[in-house]
Design a protein around this ligand. Structure first.
Ligand SMILES: NC(=O)c1ccc[n+]([C@@H]2O[C@H](COP(=O)([O-])OP(=O)(O)OC[C@H]3O[C@@H](n4cnc5c(N)ncnc54)[C@H](OP(=O)(O)O)[C@@H]3O)[C@@H](O)[C@H]2O)c1
Length: 266
């Protein structure tokens, strides 16, 4: 199958996953634009990458980054920044980039995390990172844009013979350690970029882990058996209903309303 050429914006391009997404985008024959907030980090990127200097917490810096793009891959992370950074970067960054898109109809791939619906564990209680990432998922679903949401297991905890992809739904693995599942960083990048051109990945949310065996070659066939998120739903298919909208902060509900309104206009 011939995949149409795209210009793909990578948000989080200098991170441990984002760097691999930049490489994978080029490998799959697309043009890539890397959003970089620290100009000195541009040196880490391949020479083929276009660079857009911008900070997701400063919406006015994002207009150039989204100009002329066909797709966005989000691999943002605010690890170590606590609750404020989780809101401003993991969630606010997605909100600001989606807003900067205006009426552009682009394909989205969003990386969050396995266990993202677990609200009561120590990690989320301390950082609120799950809650803010889950709210970023909700914004993507509300945006009216074609999307895929990938919730990876533990990065590079796989053994060297664990490359057979397993895609799960309902986010039921919530131990909060690598027993929830493992996955190579490079395979996360491959799945994110491949999802952009796959009809089989449309409107799908899944946890991504790997088990013993070789990697599958045909990712369409891996995406195909999954259930799409219900049309109009804010949550992933079969997710636990433990984040009622009426209990959400007012600013979160207002942002969702704005995204739903923008989605209707697209
Ligand atoms: N480790 C695991 O096993 C695991 C499993 C599942 C999910 N996750 C999730 O994956 C994420 C980590 O991914 P990673 O390892 O790729 O993260 P990372 O290496 O920390 O990269 C984070 C990226 O986000 C960018 N960024 C942060 N704030 C920004 C801002 N204000 N404007 C623009 N860019 C900004 C960083 O830019 P700079 O380079 O300038 O800082 C960097 O490119 C975490 O959020 C974690 O919860 C981790």
């Amino acid at each position: 199958m011939t995949v149409p050429h795209m210009t793909v914006l990578v948000v989080g391009a200098t991170g441990s996953i984002g760097r691999l997404v930049v490489e994978e985008t080029i490998r799959q024959g697309h043009s890539v634009r890397a959003l970089v907030r620290t100009p000195g980090k541009t040196r880490q990127l391949p020479s083929e990458a276009q660079v857009a200097i911008g900070d997701v917490t400063q919406p006015e810096t994002l207009a150039g980054a989204v100009d002329g793009i066909d797709a966005v891959v989000f691999t943002l992370g605010s690890d170590g920044g606590g609750k404020v950074a989780a809101e401003n970067v993991d969630y606010g960054g997605v909100r600001n980039v989606l807003s900067a898109l205006g009426s552009r109809k682009v394909r989205i791939a969003l990386m969050t995390a396995i266990g993202v619906t677990n609200r009561t564990g120590k990690y989320n209680q301390t950082t609120e990172a799950h809650d803010w990432k889950r709210r970023s998922e909700r914004l993507v679903r509300a945006s009216g844009l074609p999307y895929t949401i990938v919730r990876p297991g533990w990065f590079d905890y796989n053994r060297s013979d664990q490359h057979r992809l397993v895609l799960l739904q309902g986010d039921t693995r919530q131990a909060g350690d690598s027993s929830d599942g493992v996955i190579a960083r490079r395979q996360i990048a491959e799945v994110l970029v491949s999802s952009l051109s796959s009809d089989q990945a449309l409107r799908k949310t899944f946890e991504l882990v790997a088990t013993t065996g070789p990697a599958q070659k045909d990712l369409d066939a891996v995406f195909a058996p999954l259930d799409a998120d219900p049309q109009g739903s804010l949550d992933g298919v079969r997710d636990m209903a433990n984040m009622p909208l009426q209990d959400e902060p007012e600013r979160v509900r207002a942002a969702l309303d704005a995204m739903l309104a923008a989605g209707r206009l697209r």
